[in-house]
Design a protein around this ligand. Structure first.
Ligand SMILES: [Zn+2]
Length: 258
């Protein structure tokens, strides 16, 4: 059978969250990280969709807050990490698991990427990555429950995915992330180009996602902690900075102060 092509669109929520809506030509759909129900219910109504799946990357309220209300209207299957702070019946996802969204002809592999939270997961499949608050375009999540070593490990894991992978993150943070990244790598041509594109998109009120993983590898300082230019910037703060998690700790702390 010829699988329908997966279509992925953003439902804006709160001030800068994105809830990702997945469809495949029929009425079945999935959402990723529905922090609030109202904009999802409106989108389903307008587009005549039937919610079958809910994917959750981590337990933060701005990513799961709408699940209860959505489940009252739609008996959707919920997939998420093993975390008691997610108070809904759900299929627990672990590293290497595959989830089959058969109504959308789509499969995703689970990547455990603890750092922003200790149980954060990402969904990879269909040339797409739902990275929640772990990988942002030109940035990464804050270290609420993990270490710089954890975040480095997460970046290494995501870096190994194909460069053409489309990255769907949880927030529209790209413009501010570019402003910080340019402090780290002012001479990075790929970053300067991305910053210009992002400024143009935001001035027109447009979304900056999905990002392309290969572009992130060229411009996102948190994916470039082995590069001499990022190391040199880290060494201006701590002359002892080393490639990898050491540089990650320094530039993540710098970003927190930025
Ligand atoms: Zn979060």
């Amino acid at each position: 059978m010829q699988a329908n092509k997966l279509d992925i669109s953003a439902i804006p929520a709160f001030t800068d969250n994105y809830i990702w809506l997945l469809t495949a030509g029929g009425t079945a759909c999935a959402v990723v990280d529905p922090g609030e129900a109202a904009p999802v219910l409106a989108a389903l109504e307008i587009q005549g969709l039937d919610l079958r799946y809910i994917l959750l990357t981590h337990h933060h309220p701005d990513h799961i807050g709408g699940v209860g209300e959505l489940l009252e209207k739609y008996p959707a299957t919920v997939f998420g990490p093993d975390d008691a702070r997610i108070p809904y019946p759900q299929n627990i996802c672990r590293e290497g698991d595959f989830i089959d969204l058969s109504d959308l002809y789509a499969q995703f592999r689970i990547l455990e990427v603890p750092a922003h939270t200790r149980t954060h997961i990402a969904f990879y499949g269909e040339n797409s990555l739902f990275s929640g608050d772990t990988l942002f375009s030109i940035g990464c999540g804050r270290l609420f429950e993990g270490s710089a070593t954890d975040m480095q490990r997460a970046m290494d894991k995501l870096s190994a995915l194909p460069g053409a992978t489309r990255v769907y993150c949880g927030h529209e943070y790209t413009q501010a992330n570019c402003a910080f990244a340019l402090q780290v790598e002012p001479d990075n041509a790929a970053l300067r180009k991305r910053a210009e594109d992002v400024n143009r998109l935001r001035a027109a009120g447009k979304i900056t996602l999905p990002a392309i993983l290969g572009d992130e590898l060229a411009a996102n300082p948190f994916m470039r902690t082995h590069e001499e230019s990022v190391l040199n910037a880290a060494r201006k703060i701590d002359p002892e900075a080393m490639p990898g998690s050491s540089a990650m700790a320094i530039i993540r702390a710098w970003k927190d102060r930025f």
